[in-house]
Design a protein around this ligand. Structure first.
Ligand code: ZN
Length: 158
């Protein structure tokens, strides 16, 4: 069976940056199962896997436009400290913000007086990424998975 829309696809992957350093990998843990064609993975990865079969391996270089997007200066904002969750605010720390679009994780860049500078860009935004992909398994997604837009673990109902 080939990778196509409405298939549940299981893959192993290693994600590297442009210098070849490993950023993420399924090595040493369970492979990843996702619903193809439902924006579960970044576009560049789904395009590379389209039409592939179990056992196939593909390496793809994904530019920001087909990855996690470009960095937006507008996503760096000054936010009053009193509006942030209690805790130690220091550069490099992450805080969860509740926005109109749901929870977003932001990285604290600086704290000055009553304001913190937060970077709401995805940590991988603006990066060109290299994905080494291996297709492990392809199956038809269930109606429930298709309607939910994601895969379920065996026996999972919610
Ligand atoms: Zn579900």
């Amino acid at each position: 069976m080939q990778v196509a829309e409405k298939k549940a696809v299981t893959i192993k992957y290693t994600l590297r940056d442009e210098e070849g350093a490993v950023l993420d990998s399924t090595d040493g843990r369970d492979p990843l199962t996702y619903l193809h064609g439902a924006d579960n993975l970044v576009p560049g990865v789904e395009e590379a896997l389209q039409g592939k079969s179990p056992g196939d391996e593909v390496t793809v270089t994904v530019p920001p436009e087909k990855g996690y997007g470009k960095r937006e200066d507008g996503n760096v904002r000054n936010v009053p400290v009193r509006k942030l969750p209690a805790g130690r605010l220091q550069p490099g720390a992450t805080v969860q913000l509740n926005t109109n679009h749901g929870p977003v994780v932001a990285v604290v860049k600086a704290v000055k007086g009553d304001y913190a500078t937060l970077d709401l860009n995805h940590p991988l935004a603006g990066k060109t990424l290299r994905f080494e992909l291996q297709v492990v398994e392809v199956r038809d997604a269930t109606e429930e998975e298709i309607s939910h837009g994601h895969v379920h673990a065996p026996g999972e109902h919610h």
